[in-house]
Design a protein around this ligand. Structure first.
Ligand code: TXA
Ligand code: MG
Length: 331
């Protein structure tokens, strides 16, 4: 595995000598870990079933859950999916950004059947993270990329976390620092005239509904555990090795503590490790450090991670969705 560290504040990064090498690796069907604004992605050429098969093998995904294909522009996305008016409204309002649209797949799309798990719909996203967008435009191919973590484990928001999970499977890992959003994209399906929220994420329900001018149907915040709507939304997901206890009201000696806000829980001083997602109670800041926090607290070796209550509004819906999955009974 080779590592390419990109400084996005330097305008010359697109002409770095690593660019042709990374494009060649992708064109030859190899895996490259690429940062996006949400989480790091385990990317491969979405038009190659051999390349996509390597994604499933590297992650150890138990079944072929469909993958999100990343594109540089809405125009490129229109080659692969049929966008109705609602889909166009959302794409125009939130792309590039942390939103994935599931739309009917065009018969002429070059995205392989393995990437869509044989479905007649396709998940498309134009990310705000410039590296994924740039590489998809350079290779002239949609890039399939699930989160770059072992299946069922916590997603990754830093290159070091990716290397720890997947290093040997990668040709390249591109390090552009920590992801700014920190939770995965929101997934909305626009099929059969209805707009359905399949997964809460980086774009909030309120802002989607404001653009659509109507409520989203489907998965409510609490129902999503029992009724997975996206095939890959297994209830036990994002699982650290430690048990996760939600809405903790106190901390037992030796437990780890994931706190939120300015008011410490009773017994917080007993925790063997603590991470405060945002001492000011800011949900954007909390989302950005969620997965790093879970990985750090898990590394403390504590048997249980206690989680302080986090409000359900705005990005809190996505944060609590991930925490409920982390706490769900394991297979
Ligand atoms: O932020 C993100 O979305 C990240 C970055 C890398 O872009 N990617 C990501 O991918 O989270 P992944 O594979 O971890 O989650 C993709 C989800 C899965 O739950 C999958 O079942 C769902 O998208 N999905 C993909 N295609 C679908 C389809 N045609 N219909 C319904 N759900 C679909
Ligand atoms: Mg994932």
């Amino acid at each position: 595995m080779q590592r390419w560290t990109v400084d996005l504040t330097q305008t010359g990064w697109k002409s770095a000598p690593e660019v042709p090498a990374v494009c060649r690796a992708l064109a030859e069907g190899n895996l490259v870990a690429i940062p996006t604004e949400t989480v790091y992605g385990l990317a491969a050429d979405a038009t190659s079933s051999i390349a996509c098969a390597k994604i499933f093998a590297a992650k150890g995904r138990p079944q072929f859950n469909p993958l999100i294909s990343h594109l540089p522009t809405l125009e490129a996305a229109l080659e692969h999916g049929d966008f109705n008016d609602d889909a166009l409204k959302l794409a125009n309002a939130f792309w590039p950004g942390p939103l994935t649209l599931v739309v009917p797949k065009k018969a002429s799309s070059s995205i392989c059947d393995l990437a869509t798990a044989g479905l007649n719909t396709v998940a498309l996203r134009v990310p705000a993270g410039p590296v994924m967008r740039f590489l998809s435009s350079k290779t002239d191919a949609p890039l399939a990329a699930p989160s770059a973590n072992l299946s069922g484990k916590v997603s990754t928001t830093t290159a070091d976390a990716v290397a720890a999970d997947l290093g040997p499977s990668l040709s390249y890992i591109i390090d552009a620092g920590a992801c700014s959003v920190g939770v995965e994209s929101t997934i909305v399906a626009l099929v059969d005239g209805c707009a359905r929220l399949l997964r809460p994420g980086g774009v909030t329900r309120d802002s989607l509904e404001a653009v659509l001018g109507k409520p989203l149907v489907g998965v409510s915040a609490s129902a999503s555990q029992d009724a997975p709507q996206a095939p890959g939304m297994l209830s036990s997901h994002y699982a650290p090795s430690a048990a996760v206890r939600l809405d903790a009201t106190k901390v037992a000696p030796g437990d780890a503590l994931l706190s939120f806000g300015p008011h410490p829980l009773p017994g917080a001083g007993n925790a063997c490790a603590e991470f405060n997602l945002s001492s000011t109670g800011n949900l954007t800041e909390a989302a950005a450090s969620l997965f790093t926090a879970l990985r750090k607290l898990d590394a403390s070796g504590a048997a249980t991670i206690n989680v302080q209550n986090i409000p359900e509004n705005g990005l809190g819906e996505a944060i609590n969705d991930r925490l409920r999955r982390a706490a769900a009974p394991r297979d």
